[in-house]
Design a protein around this ligand. Structure first.
Ligand SMILES: *Cc1c(COP(=O)(O)O)cnc(C)c1O
Ligand SMILES: [Zn+2]
Length: 417
């Protein structure tokens, strides 16, 4: 924490002492999201790329000088971060690009980028003196919290509020990790407000990403890694899918921090991608108007957020980068699950490939030129949502256990060897 100066309200500029359980500005309420402000000069003086390169810790904690934590706080045992990047010539060609790099964040311990925020929540909860961490979610935020808490070996507990409509498959990960799961007989919104009241009543730590300034700092490690893995040479564009807006805001903050300490000298443009059936942030970005709540009409459940709570930071990030936002249909998302799998061997869930689907469209619309250098992140693993993968991929060839029939079928398909 020695490099953290304060928490700054993005709405009114008020500054707060960086207490672990400080979430919002007292004056501005839900608009008063806070940013973690660092002493960049001191970090630049004490830290170097060489020192980082020599660090054997291949997890998000290798970036501790740029994280709002006490280095001595116990970390969850799961190895979060340092996911691989791939050059993807076949996928690049398919999209008409010369240069495309993919980072597979579905390879995090619980299968999504959310592990970066949840690991941070486990650390900050201890610093706040809390043993229990709570959140309301049906998806990756909840499962990553449950997994990271479980890796503390019984020292901490997770309480997860899920709406009644939460599909059975999604509950499995939570229950396997041993979280206390509360199924609220109501909507997601109602589950959120009940969790909020319970958090206040019992003094639990709050892992609701949009209002907790530290969680965005966990998410920003995606950018710190990309920059280091690319040897500090920034691409022209980075592309993210957008739900609540924390991921893209965090990714931008990470690069902003690196620029401030002189590790990179260029900010790439950010392309934010939402699903057509639920795109309130794109709308606000395009119109300049305050956010209007939308219904949640997309199969990309991880970004189906009708009332995003971090839209201000997301819009600010995309604008500051001179970037853009775009929407894609569910059909385009399903198609991209298939294209990505076939051309790269990386299996993303629908929200995990939504960025790529948006990239394809942005190239077609001339927003991104074909000679641009682009990086995108697969944010969640496809095995989390097998039903939609099957929808995208179709059925296998069915045969009786009979060689003649197989030969006949292969002949029809034109398979000759
Ligand atoms: C949460 C999530 C996102 C989007 O992050 P936001 O902070 O909600 O914008 C994208 N993809 C996956 C797989 C996610 O779980
Ligand atoms: Zn304020």
């Amino acid at each position: 924490m020695k490099y953290v100066k304060s928490l700054v309200c993005i709405n009114c500029g008020a500054k707060y002492e960086p207490k672990a359980d400080r979430y919002l500005c007292d004056q501005c309420d839900e608009k008063g999201l806070l940013d973690v402000e660092y002493d960049y000069q001191a970090i630049a003086k004490d830290w170097s790329k060489d020192e980082l390169a020599a660090n054997q810790d291949k997890s998000i904690w290798r970036y501790t000088p740029l994280l709002p934590i006490d280095p001595l706080t116990k970390k969850p045992a799961l190895a979060v971060g340092w996911t691989p990047i791939y050059e993807t010539p076949a996928l690049a060609k398919e999209l008409g690009l010369e240069n495309l790099i993919l980072k597979d964040d579905g390879l995090n311990p619980t299968g999504s980028l959310k592990d970066r925020a949840s690991a941070m929540a486990v650390v900050k909860a201890q610093e706040a003196g809390a043993k229990t961490v709570a959140c309301s979610s049906t998806g990756n935020a909840a499962s990553s919290l449950a997994g990271n808490i479980a890796s503390m070996g019984g020292e901490m507990d997770a309480v997860i509020f899920v709406p009644e409509r939460a599909p059975a498959g999604k509950l499995a990960q939570l229950l396997i990790y041993g979280a206390q799961v509360v199924s609220v007989q109501g909507s997601y919104e109602e589950a959120f407000y009940l969790s909020d009241e319970a958090i206040k009543k019992w003094g639990w730590y709050n892992r609701n990403a949009a209002i907790n300034p530290y969680l965005v700092e966990g998410k920003k490690t995606i950018s710190l890694e990309i920059a280091e893995q690319l040897n500090w040479l920034m691409p022209d564009w980075v592309v993210y899918s957008v739900g609540d807006g924390c991921t893209i805001a965090g990714a931008w903050k990470g690069l902003y921090d690196l620029q401030q300490i002189g590790f990179i000298d260029k900010m790439p443009k950010f392309l934010g991608v939402q699903a057509e059936g639920c795109a309130p942030i794109t709308k606000s970005f395009k119109t300049g108007n305050p956010l209007e709540v939308e219904s949640e009409n997309t199969l990309a459940d991880s970004i189906a957020v009708g009332k995003p709570r971090n839209w201000i930071k997301a819009v600010r990030a995309v604008k500051a980068s001179n970037g853009d936002m775009i929407n894609v249909s569910d059909e385009e998302i399903l198609e991209m699950m298939k294209i990505t799998g076939r051309t790269t061997g990386v299996f993303g869930e629908p929200a995990g490939v939504t960025g790529l689907a948006g990239l394809k469209k942005a190239i077609a619309e001339g927003i991104i030129s074909t000679d641009a250098k682009v990086v995108t992140v697969i944010t969640g693993n496809g095995l989390k949502d097998v039903a939609n993968a099957r929808k995208a991929a179709g059925d296998p060839l069915k045969v009786k256990p009979d060689m003649d029939q197989l030969v006949e079928l292969f002949k029809e398909l034109g398979v000759t060897k």
